[in-house]
Design a protein around this ligand. Structure first.
Ligand code: UDP
Length: 254
């Protein structure tokens, strides 16, 4: 079979042309980066776990009518997705202070915020993904005011739903990042959830011990990174069938 055409390689994923027009294949790598790729490493089995976790969460979100780019998982490291035009804005939701908000505003890590806070960052590696206001996003045309209404509304629903889902398995959803895209179908355009939702872009703390179960273990050299990602999958009830042995599995790229 002919090698599929690679369209884009990011830090943690590769996008290939899909089998039909309007589809793409999203391949999850084990590569990990932090601090705008100044820190690089590999987390063995991460791609397999994030593929599963993101599949699970996107399917659950679809059940409450959140539109997503996800179609189906193809194999251990790949999923079929709808091709969308990515809006160049990272949307961060925070329930508890951690990371950059703690540093920027001097709020001690672990402080519960008075209400969930949404922040926007302009997706631009050369500029280090600067924080921006909705004013910048609409003034520079990265998204329109109606797009932003949809994005904020969807993001708050996603936060409420995922907070409850994780709480049910003993995990506190501290914060997370999502990305949205424009899906063109016939004459219509819809804003849909894109990219991935996984421990790479969420802060997940054990509800009882506050132990970190996410990429902060890599960012802050806390060790037991693979175990933490596996534990998230285990609690969600979606560890690959053969358990940890399955994780290195075949790289089924053609
Ligand atoms: N995040 C992400 N990609 C980024 C920046 C942040 O997925 O490029 C996620 C991060 O994992 C965390 C949330 O967004 O769950 C908030 O991150 P923060 O602004 O605190 O930045 P960080 O501490 O990661 O620099």
């Amino acid at each position: 079979m002919a090698r599929r055409r690679q369209l884009y390689e990011g830090k943690a994923k590769i996008l290939f042309e899909g089998p039909e027009p309007g589809t793409l294949v999203q391949y999850f790598k084990d590569d990990a980066t932090a601090f705008n790729a100044q820190k690089k490493g590999t987390i063995t089995g991460k791609g397999v776990l994030n593929n599963r976790i993101s599949e699970f969460l996107m399917m659950k979100l679809a059940e409450i009518n959140i539109p997503t780019h996800f179609i189906r998982r193809l194999n251990m490291r790949e999923q079929l997705i709808k091709e969308v035009e990515i809006i160049p804005v990272e949307v961060v939701v925070r329930n508890i202070a951690a990371g950059s908000i703690s540093q920027r505003l001097g709020i001690p890590e672990g402080t519960r915020l008075p209400r969930s806070i949404i922040e926007f960052y302009y997706k631009n590696d050369a500029l280090n993904d600067p924080i921006v206001a909705e004013e910048h996003i609409t003034a520079f045309g990265w998204a329109t005011p109606p797009d932003m209404d949809d994005i904020v509304h969807l993001t708050l629903r996603i936060n409420d739903f995922l907070s409850g889902l994780f709480l049910g398995v003993g995990i506190t959803l501290v914060d997370f990042k999502v990305e949205f895209g424009r899906l063109y179908e016939n004459e219509d355009m819809r804003i849909v959830l894109a990219d991935e939702i996984s421990p790479d872009n969420c802060r997940l703390w054990d509800t009882k011990t506050n132990e970190k179960m996410d990429k902060d273990r890599f960012r802050r050299d806390l060790g037991k990174i693979e175990e933490a990602y596996q534990e998230v999958a285990r609690r969600l009830g979606i560890l690959p069938e053969a358990g940890a042995r399955d994780l290195k599995g075949p790289d089924t790229m053609q």
